[in-house]
Write a protein that binds this ligand. Structure first.
Ligand code: AHR
Length: 699
């Protein structure tokens, strides 16, 4: 029988075998078994906390790696505006770290393809094809094509009028496994020619070929090819997943990328936007996804946009112009530009960040914290002058953030940890002291250091092999440390007591590894965020592409996607106080760097439990995270109200901790739903997340 407190028997047997095996590994690897004691918790229904802001379930996005290009953006060609030379070289110069980077190669005589710097359509060069009576041109191989799908595209060409250009999409080796169009109306001015292909077979080795015949030459300005079911250029399957998950706010365009981004390169005719080298990630940004595209995506998935201006190499004037482009009336100079680009109505974007991780030496445009507080103020004043209704987020970093990232970026350490509050290295302290009137929310990034801790005496990080339960504790500990920092700022800076400045955690990660191993960490972190809803307004998980798994043609929801959807659909809007008999395990580390003064989490070790109610207190939700390889039991008591006799259980409990969905196995992990009688003792499967929904029978 499938009751909320008894997960299916079939699964139990499977769990038993898998758990015994994993427990054996666990005991031998870590020298300890997960403690099994009677865990009890009481939910105090009358004790509720501050409202949980919907933005707690936000997403970080960046023009980085394959989040957009070869990700949610439906373009299937790489380097479609020819940043790189079309040649037979092995490596790209400058290097390109983007995954799935396909190459343009010459077809026919390689000497017939040169990169022309005079008759350039976009960027710094365009391929020129010189013909001597034999067909010559270029091709890009490695396209995933599917029968039954249409592919729409366009090519921008100029050339001698006698040249005949053939554009072919090829899905096999036989003569009939290709579809072509011939273009013979070239002129010296570049012109766009549309095409539409319908492959009659499936391949992962398809290609596009552009060749010319005759004598003379032709130039290729840009090419594009997308499945024709794209939604304004975005992949329909991924958009549908994101919409179904329902994350509430999306941050864009970065990230480290931001510090070398010029928003003006990302507007207007998409084929004329220059591809630019991205010195943050050593890749090329096509600028195909710009402001209008990102804001269209937000509409498609029904989420709040959050834009961040470049305060690295960027300047206050340009940032203010961007605010005007997005929010200005249609007869302001920038509003006119937006209107000309097809969007007469202002977008009314309310949330604007200034800068990204500006405290880090890795950041392009890094400067001292004192100078940065001046810069922040210049930006804020100019941006607010364009739109006084916007809310501003400062690029802060508590002593925890700077201390933790110091591990990755500063070897040997340049500073003594923990950083002193309100010192030059305390960026949040500096911003709160010098820029408070120009800040609505304070950004913090949480990139937890797993499998290690900071030793204050040695002034160095010490590697350890975290058990799953310790690994999962690290991000909630980091969140708790950040909260304790704000309490310190409130003590030390009187103005902060007068003007609460909630955290805006616009990048965070949790867990480690694949599948549910990460998701369990994410769930425990979300618990901790919600526990501190009074001081945290927003969280943006790094990144939205973790909500799905995909290849070039299919996409499915991931375990992380399932978790966010579950919490978004079923958790309430206020945390309910919960007491317990089993405090979380203290980890070794340093207060002010990687551990808080008071341990995070619920007193239900090794489980992490969170209870919430909805606004009218008719529904109670309890989620339980089990970050161990064994089944755990917990007794739940309720005070200050009564719950109904039946509950609904949502269970995310795959057999193997690293299980995830994939296009090949789309339903490997699912949320199982059941309804049955409430029992006091709950059995929590190994490495699982359970969520119970109860009716509250009185308020
Ligand atoms: O992995 C994302 C990167 O991590 C972001 O670009 C940056 O802000 C952070 O350090």
């Amino acid at each position: 029988m499938n009751t909320p407190f008894c997960y299916p028997f079939r699964k139990k047997i499977r769990y038993a075998f898998v758990s015994i095996a994993l427990l054996a590994v666990h005991v031998s690897m870590f020298g300890q078994a997960t403690p099994g004691k009677d865990i009890e918790a009481t939910v105090h229904l009358e004790q509720t906390n501050a409202p949980i802001h919907p933005f707690m379930y936000g997403m970080f996005t960046e023009l980085l790696h394959n989040m957009f290009e070869n990700g949610i953006w439906a373009e299937i060609l790489s380097d479609r505006k020819f940043f790189y030379a079309v040649d037979n070289s092995e490596t790209l110069e400058p290097r390109n770290t983007r995954r799935h980077q396909l190459r343009w190669r010459p077809v026919g005589a390689a000497s017939g393809v040169t990169m022309d710097k005079d008759n350039v359509y976009v960027g710094k060069q365009s391929p020129k094809i010189t013909l001597n009576g034999v067909p010559n041109g270029i091709q890009q191989k490695g396209l995933w094509l599917r029968q039954g799908k249409g592919y729409e595209g366009r090519i921008v060409l100029s050339g001698d009028p006698q040249v005949k250009v053939t554009v072919s999409l090829v899905w096999g080796t036989k003569a009939n496994e290709r579809e072509s169009i011939v273009i013979d109306r070239l002129s010296k001015d570049y012109k766009k020619f549309p095409f539409h292909f319908y492959p009659k077979g499936d391949t992962n080795e398809g290609y596009i070929e552009i060749t010319g015949e005759g004598t003379g030459s032709f130039y290729i300005g840009a090419v594009s090819l997308m499945p024709d079911d794209n939604l304004h250029g975005f992949r329909k399957d991924i958009v549908e997943i994101l919409k179904s998950v329902g994350a509430t706010i999306y941050r864009w365009p970065g990230g480290n990328f931001l510090a070398n981004y010029d928003w003006r390169h990302g507007i207007g005719d998409i084929d004329r936007r220059p591809p630019r080298y991205d010195y943050a990630w050593f890749t090329v940004e096509s600028n195909d996804v710009g402001t209008d595209e990102f804001l269209t995506l937000c509409d498609l998935i029904d989420t709040e946009p959050y834009l961040v201006v470049n305060s690295g190499l960027g300047d206050a004037y340009s940032a203010a112009q961007w605010v005007e482009y997005v929010n200005g009336d249609k007869d302001t100079p920038m509003g006119m530009w937006r209107s000309a680009n097809g969007h007469p109505e202002p977008y009314q974007v309310k949330y604007w960040g200034i800068g990204n991780e500006m405290y880090g030496e890795w950041q392009i445009g890094y400067m001292s914290s004192w100078h940065y507080t001046l810069k922040h103020n210049f930006f804020a004043e100019e941006m607010r002058a364009k739109d006084p209704n916007i809310k501003l987020i400062a690029s802060g970093a508590t002593i925890y953030e700077t201390g933790t990232t110091a591990r990755h970026h500063r070897k040997p350490l340049q500073m003594k940890l923990p950083i002193e509050y309100l010192s030059q290295d305390d960026w949040t302290g500096m911003l709160l002291t010098n820029s408070l009137e120009n800040i609505d929310y304070m950004a913090e990034h949480i990139y937890t250091y797993f499998n290690g801790y900071f030793d204050q005496e040695k002034q160095d990080w010490v590697a350890v092999r975290d058990t799953l339960v310790d690994l999962v504790r690290r991000t909630p500990n980091r969140i708790k440390g950040m909260i304790e920092s704000m309490e310190e700022y409130q003590k030390r800076i009187p103005a902060v007591r007068e003007k609460p400045t909630p955290f805006w955690v616009d990048e965070w990660v949790a867990g480690e590894g694949r599948g549910l191993k990460t998701t369990i960490g994410v769930a425990a972190a979300l618990h901790e965020f919600m526990r501190h809803a009074d001081l945290i307004m927003m969280g943006a998980y790094t990144g939205f592409n973790g909500l799905y798994r995909y290849n070039d043609v299919d996409a499915v929801i991931s375990t992380n996607g399932l978790l966010f959807k579950l919490f978004l659909e079923h958790h309430g809007t206020r945390m309910v106080n919960l007491t317990g008999n089993s405090p979380q395990r203290e980890l070794t580390g340093t207060i002010g760097v990687d551990i808080p003064k008071e341990i995070s989490g619920s007193p239900t070790y090794p489980l992490d439990v969170l209870a919430t109610v909805n606004e009218d207190k008719t529904k109670l939700t309890v989620s339980i995270v089990n970050p161990t390889y064994t089944e755990q039991k917990i007794k739940l008591h309720y005070k200050g109200g009564s719950i109904g006799k039946e509950a609904t259980l949502y269970s995310l409990a795959p057999t193997i901790v690293t299980d995830d969905n994939s296009p090949e196995q789309p339903n490997k992990v699912q949320v199982e739903v059941s309804r049955s009688k409430v029992k006091q003792e709950v059995e929590v499967p190994p490495h699982s997340i359970l969520l119970y929904e109860y009716d509250l029978t009185n308020k």
